[in-house]
Design a binder for this molecule. Structure first.
Ligand SMILES: Nc1nc2c(ncn2[C@@H]2O[C@H](COP(=O)(O)OP(=O)(O)O)[C@@H](O)[C@H]2O)c(=O)[nH]1
Ligand SMILES: Nc1ncnc2c1ncn2[C@@H]1O[C@H](COP(=O)(O)OP(=O)(O)O)[C@@H](O)[C@H]1O
Length: 125
């Protein structure tokens, strides 16, 4: 079976990644989205396992040490990372997967998956 395609959307903070992602979710409801792990606190309305997997710093460090993350980065004082197994299994099953992550993480994914499709959003000015 052909492997799925890995899509990574990245770019600086405030450039509109989240906005593009919500539009995409409406247009392509069947596309698989990676759910990241983070040490930041949940915001009102956010659900564990849906928006993020919310972790303590200890839990996150354990995931890093056990090589469970495809990439991770510290961003404004919190850790964010992409669970590896879910991405690898989705691709192996022949399904595409979409990641919305910040730039340091996207560069790490590019090292590991140079065949992926990397989209960097830039502000108009
Ligand atoms: N490297 C990396 N960045 C992530 C991951 N998940 C989310 N991010 C990025 O972390 C940043 C902060 O996300 P968040 O706390 O949800 O705030 P907001 O997207 O700015 O409202 C954004 O730039 C996300 O793209 C991840 O798994 N890895
Ligand atoms: N194409 C656009 N033109 C102008 N403003 C936009 C555009 N896309 C998004 N925005 C606005 O810019 C702000 C940041 O967008 P957001 O999607 O949260 O960025 P990011 O996820 O990259 O931090 C939001 O207030 C959003 O409504």
């Amino acid at each position: 079976m052909a492997k799925g395609i890995l899509f990574v959307l990245s770019g600086p903070s405030g450039v509109g990644k989240g906005t593009v992602c919500s539009a995409l979710r409406e247009k392509l409801p069947d596309l698989v989205y990676s759910v990241s792990a983070t040490t930041r606190n949940p915001r009102l309305g956010e659900e564990n396992g849906v928006n993020y997997f919310f972790k303590t710093r200890e839990q996150f460090t354990a995931m890093m040490e056990q090589d469970q993350l495809l990439e991770y980065a510290e961003y404004v004082g919190n850790y964010y990372g992409t669970p590896r197994d879910f991405v690898e299994q989705t691709l192996a099953n022949g399904n595409d997967i979409f990641l919305e992550i910040e730039v340091q993480g996207a560069l790490q994914v590019k090292e590991k998956f140079p065949e992926g499709v990397f989209i960097f959003l830039l502000p108009p000015s």
